[in-house]
Design a binder for this molecule. Structure first.
Ligand SMILES: Cc1ncc(COP(=O)(O)O)c(C=O)c1O
Length: 371
């Protein structure tokens, strides 16, 4: 059985005629930068999330940087976030000159533990940056109440949960702004790097749009320090087609997750824990084993059986040399540190079959046993 961790090829082959037609339109006009398709996609994305404004940009990392700049976050400011995320979340905070501060994560959802927020903030804290990890939202009710109480900006990192909801609303619509990634393997993926920013605030929208386009509204007139972070028209064309299928993609992932849940129900490990207040769109299906040595041995065993897997993420951000801060030595965020040694992401994509999931689970149970 040829099991893939991610299968973009089969997905592409299904959508190829439609995507080719959209790409041809861009080639025909050669409007490669700021072509009309970019605006069409932005309108469709805003409509999909039910927000007023969307801005396409060059990557999810840039989306975070531009949004933080738009919110006025700068040197001397602190941004409260999770230590259990992809590096980009922390890079963005540091790149605008601010300092990341952390609250530990919830051992079940692996998202920010909202009970730990109060003790983490200081008078310098200006914003909170929740990350909706693996496709499931943070507790946005608690986070919005906390932010209102302390007058913090809220920037959602929605790179892994675009299309998931929390309560009645889509994630990425709660904060002052949200940023997402359209990295190819994301639930809505382009054919290269791409990202987006979302807001309901018109002044913030205008500012962020300007920052992403060299700080300029009128060509060759630069009002603020900006950068070049436009979304390519070709990427917009791909995303425009795929957006029409995003709900189907997410439903296919949910179906695969339900098979995993069923086959692993008695396995001696923790399957992804759902927060019933929201939906989960399984950007990753990530299990948690008992101890670190077991995780690495299980990954090796699965590899030998032809089952690919991945670790998201092996090192929490406060322990990464690039972001180290003496305020957060080893042991300071124990839940994130323990989880990083025990997580394993299983094959998850739109094309998985029940037989493939059954095969993966059979191998896992052969290794970890049943409870
Ligand atoms: C949580 C999170 N934040 C930010 C990013 C950055 O996105 P990109 O790779 O498009 O720069 C990613 C994706 O890679 C991510 O998973």
């Amino acid at each position: 059985m040829d099991i893939k961790l991610v299968d973009l090829v089969t997905l592409h082959n299904r959508l190829k005629p439609e995507i080719d037609a959209e790409l041809e339109k861009v080639f025909a006009t050669s409007a490669f930068i700021n072509g009309p398709t970019v605006g069409e996609l932005e309108a469709a994305l805003a409509d999909y999330l039910d927000v007023k404004y969307a801005i396409g940009c060059a990557s999810g990392t840039d989306a975070l940087v531009v949004a933080l700049r738009g919110l006025g976050i700068q040197a001397g400011d602190e941004v409260l976030t999770t230590p259990f995320t992809f590096a980009a979340t922390i890079e963005a905070i540091l790149l605008v000159g601010a300092t990341p501060i952390y609250a530990d994560i919830d051992p079940k959802t692996l998202n920010l533990d909202t009970l730990k927020l109060e003790s983490a903030i200081t008078p310098k804290t200006k914003a909170i940056l929740p990350v909706h990890l693996y496709g499931q939202g943070c507790n946005m009710t608690a986070i919005m109440a906390f932010a209102a109480k302390h007058h913090l900006f809220v920037l959602e990192d929605n790179a892994q949960a675009f299309g998931a909801s929390y309560g009645e609303k889509k994630l990425g619509t709660f904060g002052h702004a949200s940023a997402t990634s359209f990295f190819p393997a994301k639930n809505l993926g382009a054919f290269g790097d791409a990202g987006g920013i979302f807001t309901n605030d018109e002044a913030l929208y205008q500012k962020m749009k300007m920052i992403a386009q060299h700080g300029s509204k009128l060509r060759y007139h630069h009002e603020v320090l900006g950068l070049n972070s436009r979304l390519d028209t070709l990427q917009a064309a791909v995303l425009k087609v795929k957006l029409n299928y995003l709900n189907d993609f997410n439903a296919a992932r949910q179906k695969a997750a339900a098979w995993y849940d069923a086959f692993l129900a008695d396995a001696n490990l923790q399957t992804p824990q759902r927060d019933k207040a929201g939906s989960h769109i399984y950007h990753q299906y990530t299990i948690l084993v008992e101890n670190p040595g077991q995780r690495d041995a299980l990954q090796q065993f699965l590899k030998e059986q032809g089952v690919p897997s991945a670790v998201h993420y092996p090192v929490p951000t406060h322990l990464q040399p690039a972001f180290a801060d003496e305020k957060y030595p080893k042991g300071s965020l124990p839940v994130a540190e323990s989880v990083a040694e025990r997580v394993l992401s299983l094959p998850m994509h739109t094309e998985l079959t029940e037989a493939e999931v059954a095969f993966v689970c059979e191998k896992i149970i052969a290794f970890v046993g049943k409870r």
